[in-house]
Ligand binder design. Structure first.
Ligand SMILES: Cc1cc2nc3c(=O)[nH]c(=O)nc-3n(C[C@H](O)[C@H](O)[C@H](O)COP(=O)(O)OP(=O)(O)OC[C@H]3O[C@@H](n4cnc5c(N)ncnc54)[C@H](O)[C@@H]3O)c2cc1C
Length: 418
């Protein structure tokens, strides 16, 4: 089949790879000048398959209320006159009900663990390099009460087959010696040795290059404007280039992987896609000659940030802001990332210059992505991966290729039929 993949983020490129491996003739279209230049560009780098629980959980509403109005809050609702934002917020509250949280947790864990296996297989097959680190992920706690909650949560996750090891502060320093710099502040940690990390941007670019070698065509600088249809079938993707030239790119099937922008093209088709942009920030610190940066990927529970070593850089990422489609940098939020990093790890790297970045997580209220068929027989969706797009990209792409081929995917997941 001729298949057009709309979007060259980590999710779209992974889908294109698996579709091409199935023998399809694949073209990828993106408005940027290359792959992974929007949300997949400078994320937290964690392949956090064992930490794939949704944000929406029974404890979330209280925490969010506590943070309301705080400019440096890890999760910030900037209320706008945007009905989609309000609707998303209400749906998020509904997903905090215990039975829904349980269902969403199982969905996300299944897909994330499957995806980690797919990534490993892809890596073994291609030898692809992306500053990967297989030293696990360590959650660190600087607050004793939060640590107690974390220990309870770890016990609960064993029910789902996830082995989270509860570690003392001293054991944490054993796992990550850089934590000696803040040993006296640590209450403890939770470690998952099987998790990984790496640079999603490097990975996506490298995978796109290999896909191109296998015949996948990448058309950059091309914006998708609409998806015209006749009856229950798309007849093409109407696109324009930077010179304003318009054309309709036609194929037998279409995979929509436009991240936070997905609902803008699906809405006119009547396809439900509850994705809203949730802005996050990252700081990339040059380690220079400094020796105090962690090498194990860390999640700092109190600050709700992650720190991932990517070669000679330290990527610090976090914060979530519902404020529409702007990617403007807010100085307070940027500086909060650097301050916390140097507070815990005074010798982490160069304090200036630091590269700040903001991206829009394509978030669904449940955290469960929209993956599968739509009411249009030749339109498929692979979007809404929120906080876990890098973690879930390979598994989503592989499973989507199965759905397109009419095969039963290997992962237990409720595929969409929106
Ligand atoms: C601060 C931060 C930290 C994160 N940390 C992690 C982490 O540690 N681990 C993890 O798993 N995930 C993390 N994520 C989430 C992850 O980065 C995203 O889920 C993932 O990048 C989404 O990939 P995507 O391909 O769906 O979207 P994108 O990367 O945004 O790709 C969509 C593509 O569609 C293109 N596009 C959009 N509209 C159009 C149009 N009309 N025409 C043509 N092209 C268009 C864009 O140019 C873009 O290239 C983080 C996100 C943020 C913001």
């Amino acid at each position: 089949m001729r298949i057009v993949v709309l979007g060259a983020g980590v999710v779209g490129v992974a889908a294109a790879w698996y579709l091409a491996a199935d023998g399809h003739e694949v073209t990828v279209v993106d408005r940027q000048a290359g792959a992974a230049l929007e949300t997949s560009f400078a994320n937290g780098g964690q392949i956090s398959a064992s930490h794939a629980e949704p944000w929406a959980n029974p404890g979330a509403p209280r925490t969010i209320l506590k943070w309301l109005g705080r400019e440096d809050a890890p999760l910030l609702f900037r209320l706008r006159a945007d009905p989609r934002q309000w609707l998303w917020g209400l749906s998020f509250l509904r997903e905090c009900l215990p039975h829904r949280t349980r269902r969403n947790t199982i969905q996300c864990l299944n897909l994330a663990l499957y995806s980690r296996d797919c990534l490993r297989a892809l890596r073994a097959a291609t030898g692809i390099e992306y500053d990967r680190n297989e030293n696990g992920i360590l959650q660190i706690y600087t607050d004793a009460r939060e640590f107690e909650h974390g220990v309870d949560g770890a016990a609960m996750m064993r029910e789902f087959g996830i082995d989270r090891a509860v570690e003392s502060a001293d054991r944490c320093v054993g796992i990550e010696p850089a934590l000696a710099q803040c040993r006296d502040r640590l209450a403890g940690g939770i470690y998952t040795a099987s998790d990984e990390s790496g640079d999603a941007h490097h990975f996506t670019r490298a995978l796109a290059a290999r896909a191109a070698e296998r015949g996948v065509v990448f058309r950059y600088g091309v914006t998708v404007e609409a998806l015209p249809h006749e009856g229950d079938e798309l007849v093409g993707a109407r696109v324009s280039d930077s010179a304003g030239r318009r054309e309709v790119v036609a194929a037998d099937a279409y995979v929509l992987a436009l991240g936070s922008y997905s609902p803008l093209l699906l809405r006119p088709l009547g396809v439900r896609c509850p994705v809203y942009p949730v802005k996050g920030y990252s700081a990339t610190i040059d380690i220079g000659g400094h020796r105090g940066a962690p090498t194990v990927s860390l999640t700092d529970i109190a600050a709700k940030i992650v720190m991932t070593r990517l070669g000679d850089r330290l990527r610090v990422a976090g914060t979530a802001e519902l404020s529409g489609y702007s990617t403007d940098l807010n100085a307070v939020r940027c500086e909060a990332l650097a301050r916390r990093t140097f507070d815990l790890f005074p010798d982490a790297g160069r304090r200036s210059p630091i590269e700040y970045w903001a991206g829009l997580r394509p978030a669904t209220p449940s955290n469960v992505p929209c993956l599968g068929r739509t009411r249009y027989r030749n339109l498929f969706v692979d979007t809404g991966h929120g906080t876990l797009g890098w973690t879930m990209a390979c598994g989503s792409g592989r499973a989507l290729a199965d759905v397109v081929a009419g095969r039963r995917p290997e992962v237990a997941f409720d595929f969409t039929r929106s």
